[in-house]
Design a protein around this ligand. Structure first.
Ligand code: GDP
Length: 431
């Protein structure tokens, strides 16, 4: 798949709409525009044109934008066709484009080209995917911050400091041992230590950025009949219980996705997790258990009339005594509610919203947003620790270079084809 291909894809969603936006990018763009609409518009000026196929048949009357590179999204010559959003029109134009030598784009191919042409770093490319996927204002803000280059800036400044260290290291190697200036050596070690601590602090962010990007999971546990399903339904504001008359065909994990203060949270009722002979169901149960074990918060529900709730598990927990409408609460809990009458539910919602915010909001520098970055940063910090402990200057140089490569993989300044495939493979077609 050569990057000299000219590619096209719908940039707008599927289905009938007033307008459908089709993007074209690649060296043949201007030629194709000329064939489609006779006279392409002036660069970056929208103009109405009749679009015709090779046989001269009118396909649509559309708004056409000619966006010459390198100042376009991909950095290549590109165009946008704002078509009438009907499937016959879109299909007709697609066929005409293929006949003119263009081909449909792969997932993420436009943004991949933008990255390869230096229009953005890998973090910004990922931010675009996050922005398109953002379901809440908090996610949108985080993605826009990353798109603005805030996170890339942090990593590039570290990479610059590492480069300076490497340069110093090179000059040190040229000194004979006896003349090695101690002050230079100790300043270097001090800087390596400082860098290592900064990366460690950045890693030690309690996964706030990743949590906001991926959404939180709050698991709900407790004995049967205390009102867990009722509670989930009340929090979700709709009936999410999935009931099937046939045993074993029920999806035993009840889950609902809710927004708490702009943070997407999946509420997971784990009570139905039971042993089963059915292999497929067992796999489902195993996965659900694993998710519940990794939940960001465990909500332990009890019945006010029970003497004691389940003992608190490890990790963050909130103990909720339900059925407060039935009277006194002998049961120790963080709060009492009635999922049925709504008593205390506003307070529960407020507490959950505060917890969701505490789990995702980061003060100061932008937080890490992906496991891919975390893995590379852990490697960089490991190499820096090795560099600190290295006995020979030559070996230290190797460690510093390895740390620099690890940092470069995050922003894409050290390109590896497999990294690019995994990043851009997650995009939708047309991005
Ligand atoms: P689960 O097995 O823990 O999911 O419990 P359910 O949500 O199925 O509820 C069990 C029973 O308790 C149902 O009959 C509910 O209507 C009832 N229930 C749930 N919440 C309340 C509550 O706050 N007050 C009262 N009085 N009954 C409740």
């Amino acid at each position: 798949m050569a990057d000299t291909d000219t590619i096209f894809a719908m940039a707008s969603g599927a289905g009938r709409a007033a307008v459908a936006v089709l993007r074209i990018s690649g060296p043949a763009t201007l030629g194709i525009l000329g064939r489609l609409c006779r006279t392409p518009p002036k660069p970056r000026r929208a103009a109405l044109r009749q679009l015709r196929d090779g046989a001269g048949e009118l396909l649509d009357q559309a708004l056409v934008l000619w966006l010459p590179g390198p100042g376009s999204y991909t950095g290549e010559d590109s165009a946008e066709l704002h078509l009438h959003g009907g499937s016959a029109i879109v299909d007709g134009i697609a066929q005409a484009l293929v006949a003119l030598g263009a081909r449909p784009a792969e997932a993420g191919e436009f943004t991949r080209r933008a990255f390869l042409n230096g229009r953005m770093d890998l973090l910004q490319a990922e931010a675009i995917a996050d922005l398109v996927a953002a379901e809440s204002s908090a996610q949108r803000r985080q993605a826009l911050r990353q798109l603005g280059g805030a996170l890339g800036g942090v990593y590039r400044r570290w990479a610059d400091r590492l480069l300076r260290l490497l340069a110093q290291q090179e000059t040190l190697i040229d000194f004979p041992d006896e003349e090695l200036p101690d002050s230079v050596q100790s300043a270097m070690l001090g800087e390596i230590g400082a860098l290592c601590r900064e990366i460690a602090a950045h890693l030690h962010d309690d996964r706030r950025g990743e949590r906001l990007r991926d959404g939180l999971v709050f698991a709900i546990a407790g004995p049967p009949n205390v009102g867990k399903s009722t509670l989930i339904n009340a929090l979700a504001g709709r009936d999410v219980a999935i009931v099937s008359p046939e045993p074993g065909t029920t999806r035993d994990v009840l889950e609902a996705r809710v927004m708490l203060g702009g943070v997407p949270v999946t509420l997971l009722d784990t009570a139905g997790l039971r042993e089963t002979e059915n292999a497929i169901e067992a796999e489902g149960v195993r996965r659900a258990r694993a998710r519940a074990e990794e939940a960001d918060l465990l909500i332990i529900v009890s019945d006010v009339q029970m003497s004691a709730p389940e003992p608190a598990a490890l990790g963050r927990t909130l103990r909720v005594a339900n059925k407060a409408d039935l009277g006194a609460t002998p049961c120790p809990a963080d709060l009492a509610v009635s999922a049925l009458t709504g008593l205390g539910m506003d307070r529960l919602r407020a507490m959950l919203t505060d917890m969701a915010a505490a789990l995702t909001q980061a003060e100061g520098p932008p937080p890490l947003t992906r496991a891919r970055h975390r893995a590379a940063l852990i490697q960089a910090a490991d190499h820096l620790r090795d560099a600190e402990a290295a006995l020979l200057p030559e070996l230290r140089g190797e460690d510093l270079r390895a740390a620099l490569r690890a940092l470069g993989r995050i922003t894409g300044h050290v390109g590896a084809e497999d990294v690019l495939d995994s990043v851009f493979g997650q995009f939708c077609i047309g991005k």
